[in-house]
Design a protein. Structure first.
Length: 379
């Protein structure tokens, strides 16, 4: 497991370019008796690796993420998620070679930067017939569950008129000025949104030369909150801010999406508690979930409305180490991180085994999921 994790860590690949990681994982799983299908769902760097059991039974998937971040590499520890997922599935089939049902590892690329790999795979039917999907995520603390915010991935493109910035600037209309004013409007908005809201972005294109009035400028931003319904309302306020900035600067603003919206995550507590119980048996302290704690977003939220999922956190770095940082990237290659990943893989294997062999446990999982779906607001 450690070798695969370190090989992925040493060659970080951005969303939908994870061919090296895919090769590492697919090769290991094929050698372990799994039937591997590459480019699953039409996504080049995705895969599905299946081990069919001796008898009919549930289809349980362990999810692997393996994309990295710009500049900081595996500052989210996806090398550990990927290696741990494969290790968990391999452990199940080694312990229960005649298991009922199907054990699968589904490689889900492009989780970062709004790639929405899981959404693409779900839309392509890859998750049809899957009874439950499990994974873990590295962090600076171990948590049974943690909320995941809904997130809209937006791009606001400003169009202006170019001109010589010294000879005749009055003939131009600066798209960059529109983008700057829009960013100021977002700053002003932050005081008047709930504390759970996150508005953050960057000017990804602000022109190319100081002596040319920029005719084009682009702001990439995320809008997050606890529910998709709230995010959709906030997007309308963001749209109005962009249009206002464009009106003030004589430019035109166009708002679009860079990827599908991530839904809020709903962990299945029956599965999460089983994972946590096993981690404690392995002498890993894991705290209960904190429903009000700050959180990020993930495309597993979109899966959580389709089937039971878990996304617990496992400490691989000192408490206080920020995610998406160089420090977390360094931590993701340490012996301590791999020791904790082995524990997480063992706990995931226990959850998968119980789902395959204990009908009552699977029944409780399904019952909780059905109750969660019934409680969802109407679209």
């Amino acid at each position: 497991m450690d070798a695969v994790s370190l090989a992925i860590h040493a060659r970080p690949e951005l969303k939908f370019a994870e061919f090296h990681a895919q090769k590492q994982l697919a090769g290991w799983l094929a050698e372990s008796g799994f039937a591997v299908r590459l480019a699953a769902g039409g996504v080049a760097t995705a895969f599905v690796a299946e081990h069919q059991g001796a008898l009919p039974g549930p289809y349980v998937a362990v999810l692997a993420e393996y994309d990295a971040l710009p500049e900081v590499g595996h500052g989210c520890g996806h090398n550990l998620i990927a290696a741990g997922a494969a290790a968990a599935a391999i452990a199940v089939v080694r312990a229960l070679p005649e298991h009922p049902g199907t054990v699968a590892v589904i490689g889900t690329p492009g989780e970062e930067m709004g790639g929405a790999g899981k959404v693409r795979l779900a839309d392509a039917g890859v998750f049809e017939g899957v009874d439950a999907a499990v994974m873990f995520h590295p962090g600076d603390r171990s948590l049974t569950f943690r909320p995941g915010l809904a997130a809209a991935h937006l791009r606001v493109a400003f169009a202006g008129v170019s001109a010589h910035a010294s000879v005749s600037p009055w003939l131009g209309r600066s798209a960059l000025a529109g983008a700057q004013l829009f960013m100021q409007a977002l700053d002003a908005m932050r005081q008047f949104v709930p504390p759970t809201v996150r508005l953050h972005g960057v000017i990804s294109d602000g022109g190319q030369a100081p002596n040319v009035v920029p005719a084009h400028a682009t702001v990439d931003l995320y809008v997050r909150d606890r529910t998709a319904a709230s995010v959709r309302e906030l997007v309308q306020r963001v749209r109005a801010a962009a249009e206002g900035a464009a009106l003030a600067t004589g430019t035109k603003a166009t708002l679009g999406e860079t990827g599908p919206m991530y839904a809020e995550r709903r962990d299945n507590i029956v599965l999460a508690e089983r994972f946590a119980e096993t981690m404690r048996e392995l002498n890993v302290d894991i705290e209960p979930g904190e429903p009000d704690s700050p959180a990020g977003s993930s495309d597993i939220g979109n899966l959580s409305v389709l089937l039971p999922v878990i996304h617990p956190y496992v400490q691989i770095a000192e408490t206080g180490t920020p995610g998406h940082s160089a420090a977390m990237n360094e931590a993701a290659a340490t012996p301590f991180a791999h020791e904790r990943t082995q524990a997480a893989a063992t706990a995931l294997a226990r959850v998968v085994t119980d789902l395959l062999t204990r009908p009552a446990f699977l029944g409780d999982t399904r019952a909780e999921f059905a109750a969660q779906r019934q409680a969802l607001p109407c679209p």
